[in-house]
Ligand binder design. Structure first.
Ligand code: HEC
Length: 141
């Protein structure tokens, strides 16, 4: 059986190679785009770590988070932290940015970003996660 020639006289090889490259690039780009809009990532190294949660709790009380969110996260002037309602989203990156003061629309004070180290913010988030009483199916951290 004779194979049909892939390259015909009318379609030069370089043209086919070019098409292939464009196709591969396109596929890769759409994969990057898909990754960016993909599921929220678990970024916090301290989630579920009992020692970090204790430290996070101490930081939460010292830094004055409790003034607005209540010592147990039940809310007050600020929203409750133990339910499954989140103004900007529930994932690690969103909470991190909010506490760091990097969400432009936030009304929560941005000043904590200058006071807390990144590591301390993650410990506080681990503490906040430990308070959660919402729907377990909504956990994305
Ligand atoms: C002056 C009051 C105030 C203080 C102090 C404060 N927050 Fe907030 N916080 C808010 C408000 C208001 C929101 C609602 C989001 C917004 O509008 O910016 C919020 C939202 C949040 C959320 C998301 C809750 C949700 O339901 O969307 C987290 C988590 C959070 N704060 C953590 C902290 C931590 C940690 C600290 C201490 C470092 C802190 N907050 C200190 C007022 C405060």
């Amino acid at each position: 059986m004779k194979k049909a020639p892939i390259v015909t006289k009318n379609v030069p090889l370089c043209w086919l190679v070019g098409l292939l490259v464009v196709g591969l690039l396109g596929a890769q780009l759409s994969m990057v785009a898909a990754e960016e809009s993909a599921e929220p990532k678990k970024l916090n190294p301290y989630t579920g770590n009992a020692e970090a949660i204790q430290q996070g709790r101490a930081l939460y009380l010292q830094t004055g988070c409790s003034g607005c969110h209540g010592p147990g996260g039940g809310g007050g002037m600020g929203p409750a932290l133990l339910d499954d309602e989140w103004k900007f989203g529930s994932d690690d990156l969103t909470l991190f940015k909010l506490i760091k003061g990097e969400i432009p629309q936030q009304t929560m004070p941005a000043a904590f970003g200058g006071v807390l180290k990144d590591d301390e913010i993650w410990k506080i988030i681990a503490f906040i996660r430990s308070l959660y009483q919402g729907d377990p199916n909504k956990i994305d951290w």
